[in-house]
Design a protein around this ligand. Sequence first.
Ligand code: FAD
Length: 328
Amino acid sequence: MNTDVLIVGAGLSGLLAAREVSKAGKRVLILDKGKSVGGRMATRRIGSGTADHGAQFFTVRSPQFRTLLDEWLKAGIAFEWSRGWSDGSLVSTRDGNPRYAINGGMNALMKHLAVGLDVRVNVRATSMHAVEGGWEIRDEAGVKVSAKAVLLTAPVPQSLAILDGGPVALAPKDREALDQIDYLPCITAMARVEGRVNLPAPGAIQRLHAPIQWIADNRQKGISQTTILTIQANAGYSHQLWGRSDEEIMRSLRVDLMPFLDEKSQIVEWEIKRWRYSQPNITYPERFLLAEGQPAPLMFAGDAFAGPRVEGAILSGLAAGEKLKDLV
Ligand SMILES: Cc1cc2nc3c(=O)[nH]c(=O)nc-3n(C[C@H](O)[C@H](O)[C@H](O)COP(=O)(O)OP(=O)(O)OC[C@H]3O[C@@H](n4cnc5c(N)ncnc54)[C@H](O)[C@@H]3O)c2cc1C
């Protein structure tokens, strides 16, 4: 298989980059190791309900993202969820800035963005090497794809692991910069509750410095028929819980949930997700990195390049795609 641009990662940055390259009439193939597109824009079915268990909401700061969001709002894909969150106390912490979410769950946006693109899921890229006129990427089944240019959008340690699986050596300056990028872990629980949940409207609390930093009711959010709570531990607490069994983790998180449940309410079903790379805590100062001194274009993008959030991943993807279409 031959293509102009090969992108590893069908998260926000990979899909946005692919759309730019494809609009310019170039061939683009995207590989993702996940079961479906989306990466950290993740939504899961639990019984007859739905829960966002990666990104919960997003804000908009740049005109570029504003233009995209306006399209999604007009098409009924995105909606404004809130103008700030309560911390669970009586003091209002609402700052008036709109927070947006996606109808049907965050992953619905990703399915929309992937329409018309050649995305192969369940494919983990494991190594790459230079060939005449570009690169050859190999997946774990041994299948090879060659491309004139490669864009790696996985969390940076996972992108570097692909390079380390083969002979590609980055310039020391690039390697050093990428090696510094680190991510916070996040343990997330999804709990289906029968009975009343007492979360303040519009259905979430955020406590930035508490062990449980976020609790949201996906039904109040408007994306679930049933009451499913998403509970996220902060980085310190996630570290502490990391090696424990799912049952032990849920037992600990349940204690923090109790103040928000009625006496008769019960958790009837739950799942735990361990995000090793939830959000970068050290980022690169540019929107992408074009590796120096390589025989063909090799780029890195993702939320570690333009801000540790949905908007950062989008801006990074757009900038990388814009650059790539001129390189091939
Ligand atoms: C728990 C959690 C809560 C969050 N909350 C918010 C929030 O409320 N607001 C906000 O703005 N942001 C939030 N974020 C961050 C936001 O989700 C990310 O910034 C954004 O989705 C990152 O997109 P990306 O394209 O850079 O990376 P990703 O979405 O991680 O995409 C990278 C893709 O690469 C794939 N991949 C990795 N290695 C390989 C390989 N070897 N071969 C093939 N594919 C590979 C992965 O499967 C993945 O799909 C949250 C993230 C998490 C995890």
